[in-house]
Design a binder for this molecule. Sequence first.
Ligand SMILES: Nc1ncnc2c1ncn2[C@@H]1O[C@H](COP(=O)(O)OP(=O)(O)OP(=O)(O)O)[C@@H](O)[C@H]1O
Ligand SMILES: [Mg+2]
Length: 390
Amino acid sequence: MRVLALSSGTSVDGIDVALADLNFAADPSTLELKPLGHLEVPWDAQLREQILASLPPAEVGVRQWCALDTRIGQAFGEAGRIGLAELGSAELVVSHGQTLFHHVAQGRVLGTLQVGQPAWIHAATGLPVISDLRSSDVAAGGHGAPLVSLLDQLWLGEQPTAVLNIGGIANLTLVGGEEISTGDTGPGNCLLDAAAAELGQKCDAGGALAADGQVDSPALEALLADPYYARDFPRTTGREYFHRDYVAQRLAEAGVAVPTGNDLFATLTELTARTIADAVTGAQRLVLSGGGARNPVLVDRLAELTGEVTTSSELGLAADAKEAYLFALLGFLAVHGLPGTAPAQLSDPHGPRATGAQRPVVLGSLTPPAPAPSVEQSSVPVERLQVVDP
Ligand SMILES: Nc1ncnc2c1ncn2[C@@H]1O[C@H](COP(=O)(O)OP(=O)(O)OP(=O)(O)O)[C@@H](O)[C@H]1O
Ligand SMILES: [Mg+2]
């Protein structure tokens, strides 16, 4: 089954599009994923500005949320159309949407909101769309994130492996042992991007700014003291916590000055590397994906702290598109009625999940809806409705 996946992460840097051919092997306990290609569709600059201006700490009203849901749905629809034209045909589209809010309180997830109305994606592509991949895990008591645990366990779990994706937020999954654990380590690129935006730049390209600065120890220690990093996995976060004013606010509370010039970039790069390395335990190898893999200063520092770093590209899934291929897998599992998360304990495959959910659940919603399993599909057009006495 050919599945086209669409996603935009917390960096809001572009819509990732990937086409995968997914099939059960002759032995149906093995699933084959053939990556057929990927591309990134840039956001319309004005829409991107609107999304960024709507993220916390900004307060926006429901009119703005409604407009974003529509415009992001239309943008994803257009990205889907481009994907089908350039990568090839598909039978199913899976859309992660754009996260606008991930609501965590006292270490529990109360809700998570990904917008980009799937009706627009269906209208643009003519294909069934799986969307809203996170909510059913949240409703089962999980964090709804990271959703990569099953892919990482099925693909890389034959040996103890730390699987890391450095997007806006960095997430880590530890597989290959009896316990499977997953969580957001903390900021990936988001604080670096916010600092770069102050200079009119999108990111610290190639880590050039960090390479030219010195780590400011008092500032680093104050940032590392954030209680978020002391929480056990599964823990999740987002830009509502690590927002653009986070560094200034946190350091002001600690009575520590914000590092100046490129020292800020060196310090934030070290913060990302240290908080990731602190969470990597018991792994023989680290497999990296996400835009952070393009920052050699960050990758070199991670290698110093954790050992050898392999990219997911070297193992067959492009580091820039691993998350999009993940969503293709989750959509395939969804339409086959199969759960999309790994168990927390390998020996209890139907028990609690690595995300913290109490039970395995099928992820996602389908647009347009399929007939309910107990209902036979009718091909006769409905022409009238009679209200009858009960
Ligand atoms: N050449 C580069 N040098 C340094 N950083 C880069 C480079 N290219 C990309 N990045 C960083 O990677 C980020 C984008 O990464 P990615 O697309 O994986 O994140 P994302 O869209 O936030 O995904 P998610 O949050 O779902 O993991 C950019 O915002 C930027 O900070
Ligand atoms: Mg991205």
